[in-house]
Design a protein around this ligand. Sequence first.
Ligand SMILES: [Ca+2]
Length: 251
Amino acid sequence: MKAPQWVAILCAFHIASLALGQAEVRATVMLDRTQAGALTGRYYVKVTLENCPTARMCTFRLNLPTAYAFNNAAASANTWIVDMRAGADVETIQAGSPPTAAPVLFAEAATGTNVKGVQVVALLKAEAKNSKHVCDIVFTSRGRATLAPITFEAGSVSVKDQALNPITAPARVVRANAHFGDLNWDGGIGLNDFDAWVTAWKQGTDLPFADIAPVVSGSASQPATALSSQTPSGIGLDDFDAWVTAWKSSQ
Ligand SMILES: [Ca+2]
C-alpha cells in the first residue's frame, strides 16, 4: 500500500475517533419551560447517554441535595418529583399491534442522608445514535438552585448492550447551577433576567428561580453559596434588591 493510502486511512480513523467521542451518562440540570418558552418555575434533570450507540439498558440513582429545599411541605415526602418524562430513545412495549405508547422506564423515589434520590431503570431502542435521551426528572424547589451538587450515587450507574455486556460510561453532571442573578440560566445577567423576575413577581406565586434573596443577611457577601429566602408568600422586594446587587456586580 502506498504512503498516501496509509495517510488517508489514519486520517479516517482519527476523524472517526473524534466523532465517537467519550462515552458517558450525562445529567444536565435545567430550568423547566413550556413549549412556548415560558419558565414554569420547576427544574429538571435531563439524563442522556452520550457516545454509547449500542446501549440497550441503563440504570442509575441520581441524588439531589436537600439544600434545594424541595417544595413538599404540604404534601407527602415524595411529591418533590412532579414528573418523570421518558426520553425519545426509550423502548416501548411491543405487546400489541400497534405497540403501546408506554415507554419501558421505571422510576422510584429514594431518600438518604441530606439527599433525595430517584432510581431509574430504562430500556432503550435498538438504534445507533450517539446521543440517547433517557428521561427528564422534573422537580420542585423552594428558592433558587444552590451550589450544592447533584450527583450520581456511587456504584449505581450501569449501561449494557443487547447481550448484557457492560459498556464503560462514566457518569457526569454537566451543570448543577446557574450564576447568582442569572435567572433564566443563559449564562449572563441582563434585561432578560429582569423581565423574568417581573413576570414571576406579577404572577404572584412563588416561582423559585426568582426567589433569590439569601436567607441569612450575613451571607450576602457570597450570595451564590447561600440558600435563598424561600419565602412561602412569594417574591418580594428583598429578591429584587438581591438581583440588582448581582446585576451591578456583573457590570
Ligand atoms: Ca440571564
